[in-house]
Design a protein around this ligand. Structure first.
Ligand code: DX5
Ligand code: ZN
Length: 262
């Protein structure tokens, strides 16, 4: 019952066989979903920060994850690149597993920038992913892969590049827990925010409201306190920040400022 209340658009999940961090994630990362059930449909989800570990210390990722948690973040964004879909190489499932072994109970927001994500979702789910977000651009069974992610006990998301129109993901909106709008071309941290993505956010937010859907609307790339405010005004509620978060002298203040976006 409680699980249904915290993840209203996810599958009914039993508690059996869940690891402790999974139980914690099922209850804690979605207070907004509870609020959704109690409030009017037009009420925006509370703003949520997802620090991107890509900008952390790659010689000590566990310490960077801990710094994010200590600043008050409950989500941690993990960028997985294969050198094909995006022109860079980052982490694999073993990195997530190692972060879990090091004690992280954060919500692992897992962004797969892969040509063939369907081959890897099981490995990432077993390694401790909380959600798995897959790109619309490569050709594979998107709907089947999203359903498979849920069957593995994770939440699922769809993501689109700056050059991909919102219409490309529109048929899948009822099948996801999260939509990620890239506000830079995937590959590297520290790029300039693409302000021309704001109309795309507004369009997806409008579809969400018209259809009474509850997915989170996330932005990723060039997000700082100013650009997050612009995205919030366009309907975003979940903010990935790499460079701006890890370079902030007061990470707690940064996290609070994102959480306080109106
Ligand atoms: C870009 C990645 C982003 C990246 C954002 O390909 O998907 O998650 O870490 O980094 P910043 O916040 O520095 O733009
Ligand atoms: Zn990302």
């Amino acid at each position: 019952m409680l699980v249904g209340a915290v993840a209203p658009n996810g599958p009914a999940q039993g508690l059996e066989g869940k690891r402790p961090y999974q139980l914690k994630q099922m209850i804690e990362p979605f207070p907004s979903s509870v609020i959704c059930l109690l409030s009017s449909d037009s009420m925006p989800l509370p703003s949520l920060l997802a620090p991107s570990l890509l900008a952390g210390d790659h010689a000590n990722l566990a310490a960077s994850a801990q710094a994010a948690a200590q600043a008050g973040a409950t989500w941690l964004h993990l960028d997985i690149m294969d050198g094909h879909f995006a022109p860079n190489l980052t982490f694999g499932p073993e990195t997530l597993a190692a972060l879990r072994r090091a004690g992280s109970t954060m919500y692992f927001d897992t962004h797969l920038m892969l040509d063939a994500p369907q081959r890897y979702v099981e490995a990432f789910a077993q390694a401790g992913a909380s959600n798995i977000t897959i790109h619309i651009e490569p050709a594979y069974d998107h709907r089947g892969t999203l359903a498979g992610i849920r069957q593995l006990g994770c939440q699922c998301g769809i993501v689109l590049n700056p050059g991909t129109p919102a219409a490309a993901i529109e048929p899948l909106l009822g099948a996801v827990d999260l939509v990620l709008v890239m506000t830079v071309q995937p590959g590297f941290g520290g790029q300039a925010f693409r302000r021309d993505m704001l109309p795309k956010l507004r369009q997806i937010d409008q579809w969400r409201e018209e259809r009474g859907l509850k997915f989170r609307l996330e932005v990723d790339g060039g997000i700082d306190l100013v650009t997050a405010g612009e995205c919030r005004a366009a309907g975003a509620d979940t903010f990935v920040a790499g460079t701006a978060f890890f370079r902030a002298t007061d990470k707690t203040a940064f996290a609070r400022a994102i959480g306080a976006l109106p």
